[in-house]
Design a protein around this ligand. Structure first.
Ligand code: ADP
Length: 505
């Protein structure tokens, strides 16, 4: 930015800051004093507000045509600029005689901002900014103590942090916030704002775009970089000319922006929506934590239950065997067998959710050899042919890979078609992964069921082929715990291919 445009933008910023105070305090006075004010006072305050708005509009238009800061005093020759300033001055004088003593301090603030505005337009840059602030000498008398009024709408609650280098703006905002029922703390620069944020709890931050040293976007970045403050909404306080920067701030993580001069209804509305969203966010976070805790309890319960039920089941089986041989005994033993299989699968599934995987480099050839051995009797009995080309080494948990391939191969045998089962296992190189396929010539899976079969207890077959409905859920958990995934392609009646993507070592 050139020196000229920098000076012009600083000039714009401080003119808007003065107007912000004129409009803000005039609006506060009308709102707070309400019916207690005479009609003349109401009209004078309304005139101040409309003159300030007219000024703003004309100022925005004229400023665009200014070539150099030296031309600023020319603005006062323009009636669209000069007239509203005079009207504001006149109305202030009228109010001096008519406004209740309790409101005089606020009128002084309006007058101070008005004086600043005039001076700004008169003085040459760069030394144009008069020192403003409520600590400056009192301009009017008598100086009445300001009495706070109860907020008219009580639904909004919260604690707001204001970060703004202008003392007058800070004080105005604090008053405006009090008017809408919100507590606030103010900081004059980014560093002290961040310190306030770490030492207290806040529901929203109102952050000025232009503050010295660490500017608004830099403070915003620091806020967003801290995970503890992730849910705290930040509203940027921006001038019309700073909208591009405000939009950038929204991209960085600001919730919204408020245009200066800030008017109460907009301030209230934006704070209401930001604070409500913050509360919603906190509720969601809490819900997430509760759900995770409940889920943990459930997993633990599942593990304990499936483990502890196995011992009594074995005792029951032994006792049944002692009865002797009969069709009833055979049926009871068959039922015990199913229950035992279910408990074992439940235990494996629950354990996978509880215990972190032990990832190591493992040879899939070795895994398949182990699985072949454990399925030996059903392989032989069904006359299954297994074709496994040279398989790669993957990074995974060995036990989990045993479960995964055992379930896929056992399914390929159980859900076979009329011809003897044929299982082909192969692998393709996929950059950082291996894509392993397990293809069978079984009955196949209907298209609309291909995602569902990975859900626990979802079965496509009835009691004619017993099963627990947990095999593929276990396979999916095993693949995911190694950082991979699993899915299936199938031609109903011709067979299925299960694809497993597994990381390379
Ligand atoms: P289970 O085999 O114990 O029923 P799974 O989770 O292993 O449970 O499988 C879920 C369902 O998916 C099975 O009931 C079966 O209907 C279907 N299925 C699984 N593998 C195959 C396959 N290779 N061919 C055809 N259907 C299959």
């Amino acid at each position: 930015m050139s020196t000229t445009s920098h000076a012009l933008s600083a000039f714009r910023h401080s003119v808007r800051s003065d107007l912000n105070q004129i409009l803000g305090y005039a609006e506060l006075l009308s709102q707070e004093l309400g019916a207690g004010l005479s009609a003349t006072c109401h009209t004078a305050l309304a005139d101040i507000q409309s003159a300030a708005r007219q000024f703003l509009q004309a100022f925005g238009l004229r400023l665009g045509t200014l070539q150099t800061p030296d031309h600023i005093p020319q603005l006062l020759h323009d009636s669209a600029i000069a007239d509203p300033i005079s009207i504001i001055g006149l109305r202030i004088s009228e109010l001096l005689d008519t406004l209740p003593a309790t409101a005089i301090t606020d009128l002084q603030r309006i007058q101070q901002a008005h004086l600043n505005l005039r001076e700004q337009l008169n003085r040459p840059l760069p030394d144009r900014r008069p020192s403003i602030g409520l600590s400056s000498p009192q301009l009017l008398s008598p100086s009445g103590a300001y009495s706070a009024f109860a907020p008219k709408e009580a639904a909004l609650r919260g604690r707001i942090l204001i970060i703004d280098d202008s003392q007058a703006n800070r004080e105005l905002l604090q008053r405006q916030l009090k008017e809408i029922g919100l507590e606030s703390v103010a900081a004059a620069d980014g560093g002290s704002g961040l310190r306030e944020l770490s030492s207290g709890s806040f529901d929203c931050v109102l952050l000025d775009m232009v503050i010295p040293e660490m500017d608004g976007p830099a403070v915003l970045r620091a806020i967003r970089a801290n995970p503890d403050w992730i849910g705290i909404p930040v509203l940027m306080l921006s001038a019309l000319e700073e909208l591009k920067e405000a939009a950038l701030c929204i991209e960085i993580g600001a919730e919204d922006y408020l245009l200066r001069p800030i008017e109460l209804p907009m301030l209230r509305a934006k704070l209401y929506s930001s604070i409500s969203r913050k509360l919603l966010y906190e509720d969601c976070q809490q819900l997430g934590r509760d759900l995770a805790a409940a889920n943990e309890d459930l997993k633990r319960f599942l593990m304990v239950a499936s483990h502890d039920l196995q011992a009594p089941l074995h005792t029951l089986e032994t006792e049944i065997r002692r009865i002797g041989e009969s069709s009833e005994v055979a049926l009871s033993l068959q039922l015990c067998g199913r229950m035992s299989a279910l408990l074992q699968d439940l235990l494996v599934y629950a354990r996978m959710g509880q215990v972190s995987p032990f990832l190591e480099n493992i040879s899939l050839d070795w895994v398949i050899t182990e699985v072949r051995a454990s399925l030996a009797s059903s392989i032989e009995e069904s006359d299954t042919e297994i074709l496994a080309r040279e398989l790669p080494v993957v990074r995974a948990d060995f036990k989990q890979m045993l479960h995964l391939f055992q379930n896929l191969m056992a399914n390929a045998i159980r859900y076979r078609s009329d011809s003897p089962p044929r299982i082909q296992i192969a692998a393709q190189d996929r950059n950082t992964n291996w894509l392993v396929s397990v293809t069978d010539n079984g009955c196949g899976i209907p298209t609309d069921q291909r995602d569902k079969i990975f859900k626990p207890f979802h079965r496509l077959h009835g009691d004619e082929i017993p099963g627990t409905g947990l095999g593929l859920a276990i396979a999916q958990r095993a693949a995911e715990q190694s950082g991979g995934r699993i899915w299936v392609d199938s031609i109903p009646g011709a067979g299925s291919t299960f694809w497993i993507l597994l990381p390379k070592p």
